[in-house]
Write a protein that binds this ligand. Structure first.
Ligand SMILES: [Zn+2]
Length: 286
């Protein structure tokens, strides 16, 4: 063997190792995504393939074969994905990197927004939970997530990262399941992707003006603290449409958009969807 041939073989080996970790066209599944706590996987497989996570059937691919799966803040280091079509079954073990979640202290919040005790207020909060839950339970048969997201504000400053552990008025609270984008009150909020409005209501106790958008298959984004809402439930919207305005309604200490995302019952980081997209190589049945 000549040195040049040896070099060629070593080069081929290195190329194979650095290739796409999850693309194995032989089983018809291609995957993109952010494999980290709070992230997601976006895949292309057989149309209407069933998507199983750790053995549980959780979703169905769209007519184009696209699907999405979210990883929550406490996702385990390894997740089993299985995609069952009419023709093929594909399996992947996904390694989920740990997120890094800072701790944030917020003081000076009105006590009624941190530890409500008034029975009338508690009843109102309970009613609002039921309404929100309905909005989050929407499961549009769509793949409007396929082209990822754009930022919902033209200009902003990130004031609180997703997943931070919050200490409110000195008491540890739920992690912050939003990313806070500070901007002047009245700034337009734009849909980051196509979708359907499933909830739009002003005056929520915690969230103030709240809108929910369903992007398909249980992927739902939320927009909190709005001073004005410009859409109605069931309304179909397109990326870039103005859906409302930045405000400081509900539990907020200054004008900002708290942007959230859920996949089914899992809280995910919407900013991880920025600039991402579904795999482009089409599924072929041959
Ligand atoms: Zn927030």
């Amino acid at each position: 063997m000549t040195p040049s041939r040896r070099g060629l073989i070593l080069g081929a080996g290195a190329a194979a190792l650095s290739g796409p970790a999850f693309a194995e066209p032989s089983d018809g599944l291609a995957l993109n995504g952010r494999f980290v706590q709070g992230g997601f996987a976006m895949g292309r497989a057989e149309p209407r393939a069933m998507v199983f996570i750790d053995g549980e059937a959780l979703s169905t691919a769209s007519a184009a074969g696209l699907f999405i799966v979210g990883f929550d803040r406490d996702a385990p280091p390894s997740v089993q994905l299985e995609v069952r079509g009419q023709v093929r079954v594909a399996r992947r073990t996904l390694s989920i990197a740990p997120g890094s979640f800072p701790s944030t202290r917020i003081n000076g919040l009105p006590p009624s927004t941190v530890e409500p005790s008034d029975p009338t207020l508690l009843a109102r909060i309970q009613e609002e939970i039921v309404l929100k839950t309905e909005g989050f339970a929407s499961r549009a048969d769509a793949d409007d997530f396929r082209s990822g997201f754009t930022w919902p504000l033209d200009s902003y400053r990130v004031t609180s990262l997703w997943g931070s552990q919050r200490v409110l008025n000195g008491t540890p609270a739920r992690p912050h399941y939003g990313i806070d984008l500070a901007a002047p009150a009245g700034s337009p909020i734009r849909a980051p992707a196509d979708g359907v409005v499933t909830f739009a209501r002003a005056g929520m106790h915690f969230e103030g003006g709240l809108t929910l958008i369903d992007h398909g298959q249980g992927l739902i984004t939320a927009y909190l603290h709005q001073s004005r809402i410009d859409v109605l439930p069931t309304q179909r919207i397109t990326r870039g449409d103005v859906i409302g305005r930045v405000g400081m309604t509900g539990r907020a200490t200054g004008p900002h958009l708290c942007w959230r995302m859920k996949w089914r019952d899992r809280n995910c980081d919407p900013s991880l969807m920025i600039g991402e997209s579904a795999p482009e190589n089409a599924y072929t049945s041959g």
